[in-house]
Write a protein that binds this ligand. Structure first.
Ligand code: GLV
Ligand code: MN
Ligand code: MN
Length: 416
């Protein structure tokens, strides 16, 4: 690599300003961001991203699921590009960094290479994947999963949000149903920078997490059917209370995940009483469950034990419990050569680091099934994410973007 390229640093202030500039799209009063997939704020940030890519000289392409790709030409256009990026959608009460850092750091890498006049050997492609979060439309990371061939495009287009709007309708609503076939754009490698979203790096005072694994995930849709009746007149032994059953389910999820700890987690994150009323015993409740572990056998054991626990609760409380797995993501093992490439650039830049398992799902986990992929983590304050309080330092974001740039340069090569 040329001396210029090996000493190159991204523009920290520009990256920081860019992160805060986009945080206005969907800004919440508590300092977070609410930018639900394919909603009006997602359109605003997409339009902004498209313009920023074009200004940086990138050719922007959009696929049939709305994922955005900004192509920077390389010396050898017969080679597939190195992909880098993440997502710009957020949780309903999300923060400023989850996904945003990786996408805007990818843009910053391109801007830095442009300023330094560096041409890479292979092209680069910066990505904004549609619906990483999975909170408006399930499952999470659906567009990169379709890219990797796990679902057909039509299957994803037909998924509905809670109000019955399909992904296809939502894409048309904001004008982001692109013409490129999903999966048609091939990468030679893919690298994603992200905040850790957990407490390990901060606790150990490490700047960079070299991610070598990702947890497996199962998502469930659950439904409890009991019987609505009068809160004043129905004797306790005669009740078929769906909410009392849910309470037992929540505690069972917690107990079973803890019993498989420390490398297992389980959460009931949503529960909706169909017709809530203070003086009606709840008769119908929809709920969701999320379980994760880096180990497939542990995940399967939790699945089995949860089903047994639910059968017991249903029988004892005389309610029906439907519990359907709607998403199964096996654990990810990132490509060892790419993981080494991340570690080598981290060492060359002199940042403290450790190997780490991703607790969250990421688009890179889907990409890893079809192309060598890797991830870079930086610390976030108190390990908090999926919260408006999510925070990270400018120094750590800058370090992560530098590792991203030097990993990408090592993979793409610098044209002489
Ligand atoms: C994505 O944010 C996930 O890990 O659920
Ligand atoms: Mn994310
Ligand atoms: Mn997230």
């Amino acid at each position: 690599m040329s001396k210029i390229a090996s000493n190159l640093q991204i523009d920290s202030a520009r990256l920081w300003d860019t992160i805060h500039e986009t945080a206005k799209f969907g800004a919440t009063p508590k300092g977070g961001v609410r930018r639900l997939t394919l909603g009006p704020e997602d359109k605003q940030v997409r339009d902004w991203f498209r313009e920023a890519c074009e200004t940086a000289g990138l050719e922007v392409h959009v696929d049939a699921l709305g994922s955005m790709f900004g192509l920077r030409r390389g010396r050898d256009m017969t080679k597939p590009p190195v992909g880098l990026g993440s997502h710009l959608d957020t949780q309903p009460t999300g923060g400023k960094y989850d996904g945003v850092l990786g996408t805007l750091a990818a843009l910053e890498v391109v801007r830095t290479l442009n300023d330094a006049g560096i041409e890479t050997e292979t092209p680069l492609c910066i990505c904004n994947w549609t619906n990483e979060e999975g909170s408006r439309f399930a499952p999470a990371t659906m567009a990169s999963a379709a890219y990797a061939g796990e679902y057909t495009t039509d299957n994803i287009l037909a998924r509905k949000d809670a109000t019955g709007v399909t992904v296809g309708e939502a894409l048309d609503g904001i004008g982001y149903r692109g013409s490129e076939a999903v999966g048609a754009r091939k990468f030679g490698a893919f690298v994603e920078l992200h905040i850790e979203q957990g407490p390990l790096l901060e606790a150990e005072h490490k700047t960079i997490g070299v991610v070598d694994r990702g947890q497996g995930i199962i998502w469930y849709d659950g439904k409890i059917t009991g019987f609505e009746s009068h809160a004043g007149t129905t004797p306790m032994p005669l009740r078929r209370d769906a909410l009392a059953a849910l309470s037992e389910i929540v505690l069972a999820v917690e107990r079973i995940a803890k019993a498989h700890g420390p490398n297992a987690v389980g959460t009931v994150g949503e529960a909706v009483i169909a017709a809530p009323s203070r003086n009606v015993i709840p008769g119908e409740i929809a709920f969701t469950t999320d379980i994760r572990s880096p180990n497939s056998e542990t995940l399967e054991a939790i699945d089995r034990e949860l089903r047994e626990a639910m059968a017991g609760i249903a029988a004892r409380r005389r309610v029906e419990i439907g519990f359907e797995a709607i998403w199964r993501k096996p654990p990810t093992i990132f490509n060892p050569k790419l993981v080494d490439a991340v570690e080598n650039s981290t060492k060359a830049l002199g940042y403290s680091h450790r190997r780490i398992t991703s607790g969250a799902g990421h688009d890179a986990c889907n990409l890893a099934t079809v192309v060598p992929a890797a991830m870079i983590f930086v610390p976030c304050k108190d390990g908090v994410s999926h919260n408006e309080l999510e925070d990270a330092t400018q120094a750590d974001c800058t370090a992560g973007a530098n590792v991203l740039m030097h990993t990408v340069l090592a993979l793409a090569g610098v044209a002489s």
